[in-house]
Design a protein around this ligand. Sequence first.
Ligand code: ZN
Length: 293
Amino acid sequence: MARGQIRKALSGFYYIEQDGNLIQCRARGIFRNRGESPLVGDFVEYSYDGESDGSVDKIHARKNELVRPPIANIDQALLVFSAKEPDFNTILLDRFLVVLESFHVQPIIVLTKLDLLNNEEKQALGQYVADYEAMGYEVILTFKDDPALLSTLGHYLKGKTSVLAGQSGVGKSTLLNTLIPSLELKTAHISKSLGRGKHTTRHVELIDIGEGLLADTPGFSSFDFDTIEKEELSACLPEFQRISENCKFRGCLHIKEPKCAVKEAVESGEIRTYRYEHYQQFLQEIIDRKPRY
Ligand code: ZN
């Protein structure tokens, strides 16, 4: 048996990278019997005799798994948000950040369309950028036709498995095509033959972009809190997590509890008021959620 990583899943086959080639494999029946199924990104043990299809024999424990797109073992997400058109929106940004943190996917905020801002707007955005950096996030500023974009992003993608995330209309597809030029060719070719564009990718593939692996999908755009419990929420906001260690009560939800370090930090300005308001709103959504069975 050899160890490898599934890079692509298509029509019941799994493709494992070996010395630059993709080995076509089937999953052993044992997985189906257990209700498991291999995912793109899985590290697996597989056997391959060099002639017929290989077989996936064992799936190693996953660090994490996303549902849309269905990928396992993701290190980080380039979270793409526009500075304008659509306007920069901190509550939507915070939703994505919280959901990604809950999956243990490291977010990197990529702001696009900075060239569309006037001076006043640039100043306002600059304050937010400083805020988010102080919270502990990496923020990358990009503008149209930025010649340094690829090398900047390459630095962040190096040695990692990444996905793109973010609302639609912010330039995710453009960014994806910049990072994976062969994708644009593929999409253009398919849309020409089918007479329609975009969304031609029905499967997910991890593409080796030289520095790291990137999922070839504009993908992750989920921002509901279905899988987060109310006690877990503050751990998904890094500055809340740090400061809540000093709350008097364990399991403090930072709402009505006495001697709450988070509320004190909001008073003193160490935690931004808008972050606390978003936290309260997200907490309420989780509390109001219908129980799942
Ligand atoms: Zn508290």
